[in-house]
Write a protein that binds this ligand. Structure first.
Ligand code: SF4
Length: 282
């Protein structure tokens, strides 16, 4: 029995994910998306960060008229270029990209606690910021959906090599699909140029993976694609005196970023051993 024939008779989300994973390498990105719409038993959501991979997927979904909800997480800290791209994409395709925002009270508490740029001072603060601005809104973006589409590629970083085209996210009971998993950046760039897909002009300035403005920098020649994100964390530990003792206690550093002040209250809570929940980051 072929993988496609098996797909027709399966029904659990886990089984469907495994069988889609077997079929995906044999078909192209548009067919992958169409098959998801056909086979995922419920709503499918695509979360776009407006990067070049996500713009290609947005193009395929909108021009293909596919029943996939396109959503983005507006952290409030995106580059101006990303907001412009968001608008021009909606104008080009005549479709709305639904935005999810952080909860106002949680954001106010975060900034009150660690300062406006607290993420520079300790990895725990960065994770807390991502938790409020990204992880919690992502949960609402995916709430009730059965399928989740992302623009992840296998060659973006070492830990992504162990991922699959389609997997089953047991924690969320969702089918998670990466339709561009086997595509290269050059291939995606060629597609967007040929099809007139709008892309972020920052890509031309060596910003390959684009997230929040204060947490993204341009790459130097030879650096891996994800090196431009949260680049200070390793260096902060090594060069600025901020480190965590063997017992987990955070030792305070000198100012990490000129002009920024440490969130003392937050540091004191860390000193006292409080754990800040960790969440995934895009
Ligand atoms: Fe906060 Fe930076 Fe994470 Fe954006 S990427 S949510 S600014 S820590």
């Amino acid at each position: 029995m072929s993988p496609l024939q098996r797909l027709i008779i399966s029904d659990s989300r886990e089984t469907i994910a495994a069988e889609l994973n077997a079929v995906f390498p044999t078909i192209g990105p548009l067919e992958r998306l169409k098959l998801l719409v056909e086979r995922v038993p419920g709503r499918t959501v695509f979360t776009t960060s407006l990067g070049i991979e996500d713009q290609m997927l947005t193009h395929l979904i909108f021009t293909g008229g596919l029943k996939i909800e396109v959503k983005t997480l507006d952290t409030g800290r995106l580059f101006p270029e990303s907001y412009t791209l968001w608008r021009t994409t909606e104008e080009k395709y005549g479709r709305r990209i639904k935005a999810l925002y952080p909860k106002a009270e949680a954001l106010e508490a975060l900034v009150d606690d660690q300062g406006i740029d607290g993420f520079y001072y300790a990895p725990e603060f960065r994770k807390a910021c991502c938790g409020v601005r990204k992880v919690e809104p992502l949960g609402r973006a995916l709430d009730g959906a059965a399928g989740w589409v992302t623009g992840l590629r296998r060659d973006q970083s070492a830990n992504r090599e162990s991922m699959e085209f389609v997997g089953y996210d047991g924690a969320r009971d969702m089918i998670k699909a990466n339709p561009l998993f086997d595509w290269t950046r050059d291939g995606i760039r060629a597609f967007t140029e040929a099809e007139g897909v709008p892309v972020n002009p920052l890509h031309q300035k060596n910003f390959l993976s684009i997230g929040c403005a204060p947490c993204t920098r341009a790459l130097q020649p030879g650096e891996p694609e994800r090196a431009g994100r949260w680049w200070w964390e390793e260096e902060t530990m090594r060069e600025c005196g901020l480190h965590i003792e063997a017992d987990g206690r955070v030792v305070r550093a000198k100012d990490v970023a000129p002009g920024h002040q440490h969130g003392d209250a937050a540091f004191e809570r860390l000193d006292a051993g409080e754990k800040i929940p960790e969440g995934p980051v895009a």
